[in-house]
Write a protein that binds this ligand. Structure first.
Ligand SMILES: CC(C)(COP(=O)(O)OP(=O)(O)OC[C@H]1O[C@@H](n2cnc3c(N)ncnc32)[C@H](O)[C@@H]1OP(=O)(O)O)[C@@H](O)C(=O)NCCC(=O)NCCS
Length: 219
């Protein structure tokens, strides 16, 4: 039987983390369901964690083979991340886009269009960043789910945040990420907000609700 251990992220894990992020981005399945080129997703959504704040990420590895089975990417200061995203990450992606680096097709245009309108409709519940400044993303390869790695990754990150004196942490998901919601509730997160979203309209049949969970760590 496979066993997993958790250790801090190191730069040589970058490719595996980006691959798993793209392989699990569509409700635990590959991103190609709604995007033509996974590099656009990993460059835009994951470069920050691996390139600008790697010290707050963790990986679960297969104890026998050393293969990366999943990750938790963390950020202790969401406002700082938004600043780096605006000043560095987004311009780098736009430069690559203009140089024709990414494959763009109808799936991508439809997704960006839905994302734009979702943002305009303010479908994402707001978070008080003064009480919950940190956030995280967590994903495991399909073959390694349900083995306790999600819980272990979460415990390592939450202990790290407590040691750093970070007051609180939040994360975003949807009501359709059933295992994820269960993990968050079992590890002590509370639902801070929930709103219906049309961002997956035409892609999945069920109505989807965005959820934001949070946890206060001090006091
Ligand atoms: C969500 C995810 C990170 C959870 O990690 P995991 O290693 O599979 O979860 P664990 O084995 O640590 O289980 C943690 C808790 O969640 C519950 N859980 C795990 N898988 C579940 C499932 N499929 N259905 C219901 N509950 C589940 C377990 O009951 C467990 O609680 P317990 O220890 O009290 O029994 C992982 O399943 C995953 O990557 N899923 C796909 C991608 C995804 O949805 N990521 C989150 C995006 S917001």
């Amino acid at each position: 039987m496979k066993t997993l251990t958790v250790r801090p992220y190191q730069p040589s894990d970058c490719e595996a983390v980006h691959r798993i992020a793209a392989d699990t981005a569509f409700f635990g399945a590959p991103i190609e369901r709604y995007l033509d080129d996974r590099r656009l997703f990993t460059d835009y959504f994951y470069a920050y964690y691996t390139d600008y704040e790697p010290e707050h990420s963790w990986v679960a590895v297969d104890s026998e083979t050393g293969e990366v089975a999943g990750f938790l990417t963390g950020c202790v200061d969401t406002q700082r991340k938004e600043e780096v995203q605006r000043r560095q990450v987004t311009p780098a992606v736009l430069r690559r886009l203009l140089r024709g680096h990414y494959r763009l097709g109808i799936k991508t245009f439809r997704y960006l269009n839905r994302l734009f309108w979702s943002d305009r409709r303010r479908e994402w519940p707001e978070v008080d960043l003064s009480s919950h400044p940190a956030h995280l993303h967590i994903n495991l390869c399909e073959a390694y789910r349900g083995m306790g790695a999600g819980r272990m990754l979460m415990q390592c990150y939450l202990s790290q945040l407590r040691e750093l004196g970070v007051p609180g942490v939040h994360l975003g998901t949807t009501d359709q990420n059933k295992a994820a919601c269960r993990l968050y509730e079992k590890t002590g997160f509370q639902l801070l907000g929930e709103r219906p979203t049309r961002v997956w309209e035409g892609i999945i049949a069920e109505p989807v609700r965005y959820r934001v969970y949070g946890m206060i760590l001090v006091g």
